[in-house]
Design a protein around this ligand. Sequence first.
Ligand code: PMP
Ligand code: GLN
Length: 380
Amino acid sequence: MLQSKLPAVGTTIFTRMSALAQKQGALNLSQGFPDFAAPEALRKALARHALEGHNQYAPMAGLPELREAIAAQLARHRNVECDPESEITVLPGATEAIYCAITACINLGDEVILLDPCYDSYRPAVLLAGGVPVHIPLTPGTFRPDWARVEAAISRRTRMLVVNSPHNPTGAMLEKEDLETLNALVANYGLLVVSDEVYEYLVYDGRVHYSALQFDALRAATFAVFSFGKTYGVTGWKTGYCVAPPALTAELRKVHQFVCFVAVTPVQQALADFMCAEPDYPLTLAALYQGKRDLFNRALTGSPFRLEPSAGSYFQLLDYTDITDTPDAQLCELWTKDPGVASIPISVFYQQPPEQHLLRFCFAKQDAVLQQAAERLCKI
Ligand code: PMP
Ligand code: GLN
């Protein structure tokens, strides 16, 4: 009899809710992906490269021209210098980057600190590596890390900490002081870090994204993970990258070459072309998505939902305390059917969900969809 390595894991909430939304014909504000077209020049570049015959394996670490474009972008927008040859790896999505980083570093019994609520792929990756996930809650309400509590959880077996900013599912962001504190912890305790920065350009109200790569001790100990899916609106292209110092990158690549080996060639070429032609395209995203967040939130004015504007990411949390006591997982399904708006329950991102009534709505959707979804929610 097969003994499951992940007995508590089912199909992801994103897959389930998107399927339910489709079945019910609901407006799908559940899974995080844009429902509008990516830049035309980028899509044309993919078609061109495929038609021109660039359809065989790329180099294992990623196409050199794409890694150069990534290094140029990091220098331009973050003032971070890195060597494309030894520090940048292109992989089929941030999910694989996270998996490979954890698999490469975590041995049997090593503890990994995860901050709840956290993205669903972190814990299974730790478990599959034989590690022990140690879940520490983010501060309720603000969803900021309680660093004293994090420090208190560090033991002799702690090997790694995973952080995510801008944050999925809450939209919270780490401030500069958070990264300074983390930087000191990493230096004092000799920890490794996975810094999930896939929403780095989706930051609102003039906020600044700080990358772990900008802090000295973190720069030496971090796998920083990014996703072209988010920045270029092509989540279905499943391409991301990891930036880490040479010794960490070497270990990451040992795993990557036997998980997927390479990312898709014409996708990498198209992304390299687009990044070179439009180096500041990512800087246009904040205004676009802030407009969407604001449209959705404005259209909910006067509704019984409580909402704090999201600081970054694709996501807005709505607090439905004043409407019902129904648990979030159940309510998501009910509301997908009637009034026909799909969302994501927050409890699934916790090991021990606290008493709260929060649903996650993705505002990376067409304005008309957001308007209609809000109108439906207002009628509840
Ligand atoms: N991390 C976070 C926080 C995410 O929201 C996502 C979702 N897409 C990923 C990682 C995975 O990105 P990718 O699609 O590039 O694998
Ligand atoms: N990251 C996306 C979200 O949070 C979904 C990605 C996935 O379905 N694995 O909605």
